[in-house]
Design a protein around this ligand. Structure first.
Ligand SMILES: *Cc1c(COP(=O)(O)O)cnc(C)c1O
Length: 490
């Protein structure tokens, strides 16, 4: 047990900066003014802003201590299913901080931005190659924004054909953003159930697909961590009725270099650079959700598009094109989150095609190792080989009245960020683990041991589990009150 990463030891208390403030304490030393002091008329002066007065060391300790209350992939395993919380290689940060990139300005004009444009163009090409599509836009700021872009393109495609449609098919395993994106485009969601094997049956799709349905949104691998094996047949059914297939590529980490979604019949697909392509996620910074499309959808891509004129190296080789009459328009100021693109490009180049394929193979191996190691400890509703993540639930613990929530909270005491819980909705009280390829066997074994230890506690000391976490800065919160009446003032 003492091998667990754990959270014992020094957890610093830290008051607000105002409480540490002392009159006259100061962390800056400005040079003497070289101009005469001017008095400001009293009626022009407002009240002093009341900033805390602190030394440099006070400030450094304050923020260092606060940072230690946080948990991130740099501090430990973060097995949040569907989110692909893989390690963010530091070389990506080095590349993004290079003077030429960090100092670039979006208004500088193409003569001064050829390198940045080339990087974006090459990244589009690389993502097109990985996903199997002829064109990509880098503009969307996240996966959900990519979904919106894709749905707008599907909408524009049907409008151009002369007949708008009103519905989109969405399976029960879909991420909540899927129906939300469809709804933003005015589509009504038609929900369908996955079959017994945890994947879609073609007959279920055929039963609802009609000529008023614009298409289907499919996540493959799906959020149960299972590959949608009937994808080709499903695409054929949707295409036969004039619909299009939206692919949610958030789980691309399982299939890089192995399957190209473009080869499966998918028409438009988003990626999450902050998942599959190792750029920071969540509180770590902005995301990016590039979208790949088939040839028929290229005219609808957002503007600006990047074009390469000649192979030559003159200052007009790469340029933006905005003259695209069928485009859905602009989705972001300037060209999306360029800093994120640099990091993803750095990742792709440093991994190479072979490295990306190996990353996916290892991600799948790690998830299957966890699935097999924990399947006697936690209930495994779909006992089949999984892709990059596996989904358990609390069925075995119910006799002791211990829930997925109790076990997830207790994991914090063992020093792990909990997995995704209560999603996907198809599994009651889901406990969804995605280790990613970047965790070592030793770290994965520690996680497995921690879950086993918690399952034992569920039998021997359920009362304690109900109160977990016990060692963290804040213990069990009243979730409903925390959500409804958040206390934002500490
Ligand atoms: C993360 C995720 C999304 C949404 O992506 P964001 O980048 O968080 O907007 C959509 N679908 C699935 C399956 C996801 O895991």
């Amino acid at each position: 047990m003492n091998k667990q990463p754990g959270t014992r030891g020094l957890i610093f208390n830290e008051p607000q900066l105002w409480e540490k403030s002392r009159e006259g304490r100061c962390a800056v030393s400005l040079p003497k003014a070289d101009v005469e002091r001017a008095e400001i008329a009293p009626h022009l002066m407002g009240d002093a802003p009341g900033l805390p007065q602190l030394s440099e060391l006070d400030v450094v300790r304050h923020y260092t201590r606060l940072s230690q209350w946080n948990f991130g992939v740099d501090s430990g395993m973060y097995p949040l299913g569907s989110c692909t919380m893989k390690y963010n290689p530091k070389t990506n940060e080095v590349q993004a901080a290079r003077q030429g990139f960090a100092g670039a300005h979006p208004l500088a004009g193409k003569e001064f931005s050829q390198g940045a444009l080339k990087l974006m163009y090459d990244l589009e090409q690389a993502l097109g190659e990985i996903t199997g599509f002829p064109a990509v836009t880098l503009q969307p700021a996240a996966g959900a924004h990519g979904e919106l872009a894709g749905m707008l393109m599907i909408h524009a495609y049907h409008a151009k054909k002369g007949k708008q449609r009103s519905k989109i098919i969405i399976p029960d395993t879909a991420h909540g953003t899927n129906p939300a994106s469809a709804s933003l485009c005015g589509y009504e969601s038609v929900n369908i159930k996955s079959g017994e094997k945890g994947i879609l049956e073609p007959a279920t799709v055929a039963a609802v697909m009609d000529e008023d349905t614009a298409g289907i949104m499919i996540t493959n691998p799906n959020t149960l961590g299972l590959f949608e094996e009937n994808i080709r047949e499903i695409c054929d059914i949707v295409h036969a009725k004039g619909g299009l297939v939206y692919g949610d590529g958030a789980n691309m980490n399982a299939i890089m270099g192995i399957v190209k979604p473009g080869d499966l019949g998918i028409d438009v697909l988003h990626l999450n650079l902050h998942k599959t392509f190792s750029t920071p996620h969540g509180g770590g910074g902005p995301g990016s959700g590039p979208v790949s499309v088939v040839k028929e959808l290229i005219p609808f891509l957002p503007v600006p598009r990047i074009e390469k004129n000649r192979d030559g190296k003159d200052l007009s080789s790469y340029k933006f094109v905005t003259d695209c009459p069928d485009s859905i328009g602009r989705l972001h100021t300037f060209y999306g989150h360029f800093g994120v693109m640099i990091k993803a490009y750095s990742y792709i180049l440093s991994m190479g095609g072979k490295g990306l394929r190996e990353a996916s193979q290892l991600a799948v191996l790690n998830a299957n190792y966890i699935k097999e190691s924990l399947k006697g400890t936690l209930n495994l509703p779909y006992d089949r080989p999984c892709m990059h993540e596996c989904v358990f639930n609390d069925k075995y613990q119910q006799e002791n009245h211990i829930t997925t929530m109790d076990m997830a909270k207790r994991l914090l005491d063992y020093g792990f960020h909990p997995p995704t819980i209560y999603f996907p909705l198809v599994v009651d009280a889901a406990f969804m683990v995605e280790p990613t390829e970047t965790e070592s066997k030793e770290d994965i074994d520690q996680f497995i041991d921690a879950v086993k230890a918690i399952a034992k506690e569920a039998k021997l000391d359920p009362e304690k589990l109900k109160k977990a976490p016990l060692l963290t800065k804040v213990t069990r919160l009243d979730e409903v009150t925390a959500a409804r009446k958040p206390c934002l003032r500490g």
